[in-house]
Design a protein around this ligand. Structure first.
Ligand code: ADP
Ligand code: ZN
Length: 734
């Protein structure tokens, strides 16, 4: 069709394309506005991405939109760009990206702006004789009095001050003594000022100063890695950068792995910057989330601290994006739209022409390699700020010592010594529950999940067997169904470790922190507050404890078992293990007392240990990068996965066979296709999973192929029998 305007709308459906509609005459729907559109047999909320003058569909077949939901665009041009970029880069349906970029209430078509209704006084109302009115209509007189006192008063306030005021309102309106109006809260400003005494920070040391200078020197877009050991003062550097942006009237976005884990960071921002950070995370109610989103968009939220999905929040006037703990895997979404918030932060920073700061004590190898390439800049903070010295790290050979419930003799001695010296101990085990396995003492049968290829974890507190992959539960069987012998838990989880510590160290304050113990709202922050105050003598927990916390009294960190990571089949295994060990070790000795770290292993001769002990994280990183370069793994190549899951194994494989055949027939060169293979844990929640791996040295070729495949697969017959998705830059190969 020619002439006239066509709206190209993103609709939350698993299809890559935009859908064309005709506008409602006289009602503008600009790009960035939501619309209701007929879609199939229903109506759907969609986002206008662009307008066009032509459509592939003949005009008489085009439908009209049903309604315009926003009179002003919700997303500006650069926000729409980010949605489009994400959709293109991750080969994910644009409508699903648009949906992910919106708070739930907006996705559901609820109004973006909330309005408040008021009554206000008219001149006649100011002059009216209240007593005269009161004789015939006492309620009207009472209401008029209230409005007179306030001049303008909201309906909410009236609800609180006068029951039944609504009945009196009509009389006053009819007499033209008051008027009613509505005002949009859209432009309302959030109160940024924190109710705290603003604190001054320490004088920066030489490393921090040169880091700060180096970052500030670069104008506009740049990516800067702050590579500094835990406690080196990275946060102090962010604080100075943030402060300067805020002072210049610009907004700052800080992405963190998990807000629940970083109450200390948020309160530090509050205290040092003297303003209340606006938080964006999954724990908010829908209304609170919309409000936070709106304040970011209208510019009144100055500092926004959020988890990964906050990368999509529109900002009126952004000046800086900080990604803390940039190596953390929770910055990458692992289902649906599998985006990396860190990588999108870089793309967005470039589009907005603002600096991006990535910080970590254990930077990802991808980021380190970009620094080597010169694409990113790196500043180093090699020593701890203040007076803290780095912790001493040593191995305990589990094959040489007796162990009590997983705790070796040297570990027990070290715990005793630290506690009696008034220190605090963190015992780290990345496995929650009581025991990872329930085994029959007679025939050796192991309790398995009926829906997954996995073992059930024993949870003693709730007397349940739970599958950590699909959530299935059943009660613990005490006798074997096959042979009748007694079943026993095998191996250790945090729950069992807590029991062991309680019986070995009776009377000491012990606290377990993992996702089971902190399920109730508020328990996490209470446990953390007690640990920070030093009341807790022994902390037991999973990686929830290893991230970002600052426990001033902590002197000893014990890693119960690191051996699983030594033999990981994933090429990222070594990088992950080093990150998790160095992060948890970084909790020790953060103030005056020197910390100590003990790692138990049954494989002390594994070369990994030598790399870590002689070269630190950097040593592991260098050798891992060399290995990856020779094997052409990322960051020396690009990967993508197509995953498929189906109720029958053959459906999943058949779909991927088709994908492979299509890829090979595409004529696009330079991309290796590996597979299809079954996923390492093939069956999950009753579905068989398989995957096809793509590897290429050339990003452009890989993306061309993926784009082409996506369209071809969307219309393939095999696709109807599977759930499938594309994972670009996967961080887990299964
Ligand atoms: P990181 O973010 O690298 O873990 P922080 O910024 O949290 O490090 O700093 C660690 C500790 O050292 C904090 O208690 C902080 O107040 C303190 N600190 C940071 N920089 C300095 C400095 N220049 N002088 C004194 N203390 C500092
Ligand atoms: Zn399961």
């Amino acid at each position: 069709m020619k002439d006239g305007k066509i709206l190209r709308v993103a609709i939350n459906a698993p299809l890559s394309r935009l859908f064309d509609y005709l506008p409602i005459p006289g009602q503008d729907a600009l790009p960035g506005c939501r619309v209701r559109v007929p879609f199939g047999r229903r109506t759907q909320t969609g986002l206008v991405m662009e307008t066009a003058t032509e459509s592939d569909v003949p005009v008489e077949k085009l439908k009209s939109i049903a309604a315009v939901l926003d009179d002003k665009p919700l997303f500006g041009e650069r926000d729409l760009w980010l949605i489009r970029f994400t959709s293109d880069y991750y080969h994910h349906p644009v409508g699903e990206v648009a949906a992910a970029a919106m708070p739930a209430l907006l996705r559901q078509g609820k109004p973006a702006t909330s309005t408040t209704r008021y009554l206000s006084l008219k001149p006649a109302g100011a002059d009216a004789d209240i007593d005269a009115i009161g004789k015939r209509a006492p309620r009207q007189a009472e209401l008029l009095n209230l409005v007179r006192d306030a001049d303008t008063i909201s309906f909410t306030e009236l609800d609180q001050s006068m029951p039944l005021w609504r009945r009196a309102k009509k009389g006053l309106l009819d007499k033209s003594l008051v008027e009613e109006f509505e005002a949009s809260d859209d432009e309302s400003v959030v109160d940024n000022l924190a109710n705290v005494e603003q604190e001054r920070g320490p004088t920066l040391n030489a490393d921090q100063k040169s880091a700060l200078d180096a970052i500030r020197e670069r104008k506009g877009f740049s990516v800067n890695l702050v590579d500094g050991v835990t406690g080196s003062g990275k946060t102090e550097v962010y604080l100075r950068l943030i402060d300067a942006e805020l002072a210049a009237g610009r907004q700052v976005l800080v992405l963190v792995p998990e807000i629940g884990l970083t109450p200390q960071l948020v309160s530090r921002f509050r205290q040092r910057l003297g303003l209340e950070p606006v938080l964006l995370h999954s724990g908010l109610t829908d209304t609170a989330r919309l409000q936070a989103w709106r304040s970011a968009r209208n510019g009144s939220a100055r500092l926004i601290v959020g988890t990964r999905s906050a990368i999509f929040v529109p900002m009126k006037n952004a000046g800086l994006i900080v990604v803390d703990e940039e190596h953390d895997s929770s910055l990458k979404q692992q289902e649906g739209l599998r985006y990396s918030a860190r990588d999108l932060a870089v793309a967005r920073g470039k589009k907005l022409d603002v600096p991006v700061v990535l910080g970590s004590a254990t930077p990802s190898l991808d980021t380190l390699q970009r620094c080597r390439d010169g694409a990113y800049h790196v500043v180093n903070l090699p020593t701890r700020a203040g007076k803290a010295v780095p912790p001493l790290m040593r191995l305990v050979d589990l094959t040489k010592y007796d162990a009590y419930e997983g705790l070796s003799e040297p570990v027990i001695t070290a715990i005793e010594k630290n506690i009696s010296a008034g220190g605090q101990v963190l015992v780290f085990l990345n496995r929650r529950g009581f025991a990872p396995t329930l085994i029959c003492s007679g025939c050796g049968k192991v309790a398995e999940c009926t829906r997954c290829d996995s073992r059930m974890t024993v949870h003693a507190g709730s007397s349940m067997l739970k599958c950590h992959h699909c959530g299935a539960q059943r009660s613990i069987e005490s006798e074997c169904a096959d042979c009748g012998a007694v079943c026993r838990p095998l191996g250790h989880g945090t729950e069992r470790l807590e029991d062991a510590l309680r019986s070995r160290f009776p009377g000491e304050e012990i606290s377990r922190i993992d996702s089971d113990s902190t399920r109730l709202k508020g328990t996490m922050s209470r446990a953390l507050a007690m640990a920070t105050a030093g009341d807790t003598r022994i902390l037991v927990g999973t990686q929830m404890l290893s991230k970002g916390h600052h426990f001033p009294n902590l002197t000893l960190v014990v890693v119960i078992n690191a051996d699983q990571g030594l033999f990981s089949t994933d090429f990222r295994g070594g990088e992950r293990l080093a990150q998790s060990l160095v992060q948890v070790a970084g909790r020790a000795g953060r103030e005056r007392r020197q910390g100590e770290v003990i790692v138990q292993t049954a494989f002390p001769a594994h070369p990994f240990w030598d790399e870590l002990f002689s070269g630190g994280y950097q040593g592991v990183a260098e050798s891992a990068l060399a290995e990856r370069e020779s094997a052409l793994w990322p960051p020396f190549s690009r990967l993508a996965l197509i995953r498929a899951a189906a109720t029958s194994r053959s459906d999943a494989h058949r779909f991927l066979d088709t994908a492979r055949r299509l890829a090979e027939g595409s004529g696009i060169e330079g991309v290796r296709v590996l597979g299809p293979v079954s996923a390492p844990m093939e069956r999950k929640a009753g579905r068989y999973r398989a995957q096809l791996l793509f590897q290429s040295r050339d990003r452009a070729n890989l993306h061309q192929l993926l784009g082409w495949l996506r369209t071809a697969l969307e219309s393939s017959a095999e696709a109807r029998r599977v759930r499938w998705s594309i994972d670009v830059d996967p961080i887990e190969l299964f």
